[in-house]
Design a protein around this ligand. Structure first.
Ligand SMILES: [Zn+2]
Length: 291
């Protein structure tokens, strides 16, 4: 009844929101720690943004403050493949204020089966660039930037250090270990998702938690050149994992929740089951020892 028409929603929503803005809601000290300086005075949502995000703002447990936190957030997305395409689009639609995409690859025909931001007209063009333009078309109220480069030791610090959260959707172990180490070094939370075949994994690493290398010691994967893309993947598996990754990111940015902190989520796409395993710090982990 309440949500019967769009007009009614806005009519219902606006007096409450405008009143709350008028009485001067401000972010507390803890929240400001996650906010970039250049957006300090731009946290208020415009009337158009109120319309755009009205279905979220009306949620029980998700209010205007949560939406403002999204607007202030800086998110780095590493990899514009099957994971990154979906998670980036969901975050853009949900209202994450500043999204940066990093990927050096160009679009191939075999990508179109699962990388939902791309079309046959985009073949040969840079993934990061096309995805960024797609996001900006979807939501002109956010800031989107991109770099057509591979995430590596030469650029990792600069890319990660000012982010509020990093989303890893890369397709190889070398990058995944590097992302983990750099996020731990700069104490930037990491939400990582991957998909192979019919199965997916996801975990969160926070500043004070165990890390990816605690969970999977590097030497175990030292000789593996395997990329997710080389071993086959159903169209829906990365989209499923990216949706979970984006969902967790919204919970974290908007509400400060960390349901997968130091936990590994395993999704089995053949029997549709999901398991969540807690993991502990490895006292010999070189990444955790260094931080
Ligand atoms: Zn560790």
């Amino acid at each position: 009844m309440l949500l019967k028409t769009k007009g009614f929603v806005v009519e219902f929503l606006f007096p409450q929101i405008l009143h709350r803005l008028k009485i001067g809601i401000t972010l507390d000290d803890k929240e400001v720690n996650h906010v970039s300086d250049h957006l300090e005075n731009e946290f208020e949502l415009s009337n158009e943004e109120m319309h755009l995000y009205s279905r979220q703002i009306l949620l029980d447990g998700w209010d205007i403050e949560a939406q403002e936190k999204l607007k202030l957030a800086n998110v780095l997305i590493i990899g514009a493949g099957g994971i990154g395409c979906t998670s980036a689009e969901l975050l853009a639609r949900a209202g994450v204020g500043k999204i940066t995409i990093v990927d050096a690859d160009t679009i191939e025909i075999s990508n179109l089966q699962r990388q939902i931001a791309f079309t046959a007209n985009d073949l040969g063009r840079y993934k990061a660039e096309i995805l960024a333009k797609h996001l900006q078309d979807i939501n002109p109220h956010i800031q989107v930037s991109y770099q057509n480069i591979r995430f590596d030791e030469t650029n990792a610090d600069e890319l990660v250090q000012h982010q509020d959260v990093v989303l890893d959707g890369c397709d190889n172990f070398t990058t995944r270990y590097l992302v983990n180490a750099v996020c731990k070094k700069h104490q930037v939370p990491l939400i990582s998702a991957s998909a192979i075949g019919f199965e997916g994994q996801m975990f969160m690493v926070d500043a004070d938690s165990a890390c990816y290398e605690c969970l999977f010691p590097k030497e175990d994967h030292a000789n593996e050149g395997l990329r997710c893309a080389d071993s086959g993947v159903l169209a829906t598996t990365p989209v499923m994992m990216a949706s979970l990754q984006a969902h967790h990111t919204l919970l974290f940015l908007g509400l400060g929740l960390t349901p997968l902190k130091q936990k590994l989520l395993l999704w089995n796409g053949l029997n549709m089951s999901q398991r969540i395993l807690k993991f502990e710090k490895d006292v010999n982990c070189p990444v955790c020892q260094a931080t």
